[in-house]
Design a protein around this ligand. Structure first.
Ligand code: KG4
Ligand code: ZN
Length: 344
């Protein structure tokens, strides 16, 4: 008999609900984005995000069930993102999932948002199985994770300061682009010379799997300020291309180094920044050169969505990892945390 998962995601500025069959078949994936609402503020305003999640959460659940042609009573478990993310935003999804679980008796599965991002790869690549190395790059996180098994993750290194997406968004904002800026830098970079300006690449020594992008961010800001103080022209496309290259080089080099260290030949990418064309081209080229197999989740599954949460929830349910109604939103929580014990 098939297993049906209902999943909810509300950690940032997307309210999303999805229905999955047997963990890997997406029957529906409804995403209500608030990006246009937050754009005029230059970033996500947490209070506004929470209010919109409240308005959207029930309609997206109804739509996801309708699109999947599945009734609530057919659902075997409800997966919900409980962290990390904006606490007020997370609380909306968690409260909705708990309410549904309480009313129907359907078991609840507490999903870590970044584990969800990694599991998006299972949806896009039906033959993919652990173990593999995952480069996780989003607006809030940058890390290299060794996915040893469906339930075993080892973080090799993460960012000490800004996440890659955060750096993209901050530089884009200074250059006059609306939120989220990553895709704008990506597009502009295609028209520029990536070798025009040499920006710093931090922690680039072999064997170091940590990241730091704050120095790069300051270097770009200093470059832009000094050019404008001197009244010199700024070639925006060259700045975008050179900045993007500095980030991409670090991400690709560390991924290659980590894969060799682990003896891992399957590489996946996860998180919103994985949509970056420059990064995709460079990673693909590196994997080809090194004889690695490269898997990517594709555009819809790489940014925030509930289908990836549903995939993670399915495997957790298989492993018996349910939680009770004590589940709470956790704005900051490491990958691999055992929320179902903590909640009790
Ligand atoms: O994973 P995600 O949807 O949300 C978080 O969990 O953070 O990632 C959003 C981030 C934003 O910082 C956005 O600018 C970045 O992903 N992003 C990109 C691109 N598309 C989205 N960054 C660079 N190039 C892109 N094409
Ligand atoms: Zn995300």
């Amino acid at each position: 008999m098939s297993v049906y998962t209902l999943a909810l995601e509300s950690s940032c500025d997307e309210t999303s609900a999805a229905v999955l069959k047997d963990g890997r078949t997406v029957l529906s994936n409804v995403i209500s984005s608030q990006v246009p609402i937050h754009r005029k503020f230059g970033g996500v305003v947490p209070e506004i995000a929470s209010r919109h999640h409240i308005e959207q959460v029930i309609p997206v659940i109804d739509q996801a069930l309708e699109d999947a042609n599945v009734k609530l009573e057919d659902i075997d478990h409800i997966g919900v993102t409980y962290g990390p993310g904006l606490v007020g935003a997370l609380l909306v999804g968690v409260a909705a999932a708990k309410g549904l679980s309480f009313a129907t008796g359907i078991p609840l599965v507490p999903v870590h948002h970044m584990e969800g991002h990694i599991f998006a790869n299972f949806l896009a690549n039906p033959t993919l199985e652990p173990p593999f190395l995952s480069l996780v790059v989003s607006g809030g996180h940058t890390m290299l994770v060794h996915v040893k098994d469906y339930e075993e993750f080892q973080i090799l290194g993460q960012t000490r300061d800004d996440a890659a997406g955060e750096a993209f968004d901050k530089i884009a904002r200074v250059m006059g682009f609306p939120y989220p800026g990553g895709p704008h830098i990506d597009a502009l970079a295609k028209e520029g010379n990536p070798n025009a300006i040499e920006f710093p690449k931090a922690l680039s020594e072999p064997g170091n799997f940590e990241f730091s992008f704050s120095g790069l961010k300051s270097a770009v800001l200093n470059y832009l300020n000094s050019k404008s103080q001197k009244g010199e022209d700024i070639h925006q496309a060259d700045v975008a291309a050179s900045f993007q290259k500095a980030i991409v080089d670090v991400l690709v080099d560390k991924t290659k180094d980590a894969a060799h260290t682990l003896g891992e030949t399957n590489i996946t990418i996860a998180g919103g920044v994985s949509a970056n064309q420059g990064l995709q081209v460079a990673l693909e080229a590196m994997c080809k050169e090194e004889g690695f197999t490269y898997y990517k989740p594709g555009k819809i599954l790489s940014t925030d969505n509930a289908a990836m949460i549903g995939c993670r929830a399915y495997y957790m349910a298989q492993a018996g990892k349910f939680c009770d109604l004590h589940l709470n939103a956790k704005p900051s929580v490491p990958i691999g945390t055992v929320a179902w014990v903590e909640g009790k």
